[in-house]
Design a protein around this ligand. Structure first.
Ligand SMILES: *Cc1c(COP(=O)(O)O)cnc(C)c1O
Length: 445
């Protein structure tokens, strides 16, 4: 077994070269020649290894990870339980294709998904490779099961970069610009965004529903697809009552309520799924990111009557539910349970909200502090206004990088900094990271 790691990774950030260092700069030069310029790199330090909440680059710099590779390594890097499970599976077999000759771990992941997702009704799942693929399949299934075509999505939404999911995603640049034409029968309605619209959840839902009923027609709606807390859109937490009202409307009109929990799921917000904060029970849930600790795996889980409406052979894919990814998911779920990491997400969230709210009182560039559990963001504005301040967000992230902290931006206007620390981050590491972030914010004042 490969669970014992050389302790040289350490637990503290430590910048030992200029950033990026010489070896990273050399790799970046190679990258420029052979990797498409269409991929942007937020922080061009090339990683050699990682453990817990620390990333070590090829120059020996140690970075504190407050992004978890976009909410993927929630259980931390190189967690022994996951390393052991994956290593053992690689030695047994890496692929058979579940549709050719099946294996137990796929079934076990679906058993876990049925048990963990909200709702006591019978559920079945299908496994895929990426979040976008899961969302596409959820839409396919909802259309087939309802015999309708319209899909309702929201402002600021992010659902992926494939052709259908580009249509579902809100933001043009960089995700959609000149990549069309896009898939039809996708209708966008306003999201509840308390900081910017000041509406109650009920009023924001009424606004959205009025547009659906007048512009689309309730009887044409196959599905309402929503992120319970928006990810790329800027960690927008809808006002209380918004999600329950939409969910109720959806079921009253025979449509499918799909919660895209790809970023907010798997313990991130202090529950297994973010919809649980308001007791909402979706008909279908899409998951990926935090599901398998870094191995590519995604799922659609939903009411058995909907999921099983699909004809034989209608769902699948060569790699979906790959056995190495499947055991990684089982190890991830076990680690979340055994290490009590969902309760830990709530503690981390309380500390982040408290520290950042007190920072907000001292500075004029933070317009809003929001989030649930270990999914927390600050929204930067021009002092004295609510005008988005993307330049401040960029400068703050750059300061953090120079000081050995990985932080990510988000938001339709690029003015949000989101924190997604691994749930195994220690109190000392989190305090250190928030200290650097605080100094970064003060530096742009
Ligand atoms: C990341 C993300 C996706 C797309 O997942 P990929 O694995 O990148 O295809 C879809 N929905 C949400 C909410 C996401 O955060």
């Amino acid at each position: 077994m490969v669970s014992s790691l050389d302790s040289s990774v350490g637990t503290e950030r430590n910048v030992v070269t200029e950033i990026p260092g010489p070896l990273s700069r050399a790799l970046q030069a190679r990258r420029t020649k052979v990797v498409s310029a269409g991929l942007t790199i937020g922080f061009p330090v090339y990683i050699d290894r990682a453990e817990g909440a620390i990333l070590v680059d090829v120059d020996g710099n140690r970075f504190l990870d407050l992004g978890s590779g976009i909410a993927v390594t929630g259980i931390g890097h190189a967690v022994p339980e996951l390393v052991d499970a994956v290593s053992a599976q690689v030695a047994k077999f890496t692929h058979t294709c579940f549709m050719v000759t099946p294996y137990e771990s796929y079934v076990e992941v679906c058993e876990e998904l049925a048990a963990l997702t909200p709702g006591t009704f019978e559920k079945t799942s299908a496994l895929f490779n990426s979040g976008a693929e899961a969302v596409e399949n959820a839409v396919k299934i909802a259309r087939l099961a309802t015999g309708r075509s319209a899909i309702i999505v929201f402002e600021h939404a992010y659902h992926g970069r494939t052709n259908l999911t580009m249509a579902l995603t809100a933001k043009n640049m960089p995700y959609k610009d000149r990549f069309g034409p896009f898939a039809p029968e996708v209708y966008r309605v306003p999201m509840s965004y308390p900081y910017r619209d000041g509406l109650s959840g009920a009023d924001a839902a009424a606004r959205a529903i009025k547009i659906i009923e007048t512009d689309v027609g309730a009887s044409n709606v196959a599905a309402v697809l929503i992120e319970p807390i928006q990810g790329e859109g800027g960690f927008v937490v809808p006002a209380e009552g918004f999600l329950p009202a939409l969910s109720t409307w959806t079921s009253e009109h025979g449509a499918v309520f799909i919660a895209d929990e790809i970023q907010s799921g798997f313990g991130r917000t202090g529950y297994w799924f973010a919809v649980e904060h308001e007791g909402v029970v979706p008909d279908m849930v899409t998951t990926a990111k935090g599901l398998a600790g870094g191995m590519p795996l995604a799922a659609v889980t939903g009411r058995a009557d909907l999921m099983n409406a699909v004809h034989e052979g209608g769902l699948g894919g060569t790699y979906g539910g790959n056995p190495v990814a499947a055991v990684a998911a089982l190890a991830t779920i076990k680690t979340l349970r055994d290490r009590n990491l969902i309760a830990r997400a709530r503690e981390l969230g309380a500390t982040m909200l408290e520290t950042l709210s007190s920072l907000q009182r001292d500075v004029a560039v933070i317009g809003d502090v929001r989030g649930r559990g270990a999914m927390v963001a600050i929204e930067l504005i021009e002092p004295g206004t609510t005008t988005p301040n993307a330049a401040a967000a960029k400068a703050i992230v750059a300061y953090c990088q120079q000081h050995g902290v990985v932080a990510l931006t988000a938001g339709t206007y690029g003015n949000v900094i989101r924190l997604l620390p691994p749930l195994v981050i220690t109190d000392e590491q989190l305090a250190d990271g928030l200290g650097v972030l605080g100094a970064a914010v003060r530096s742009v004042q």
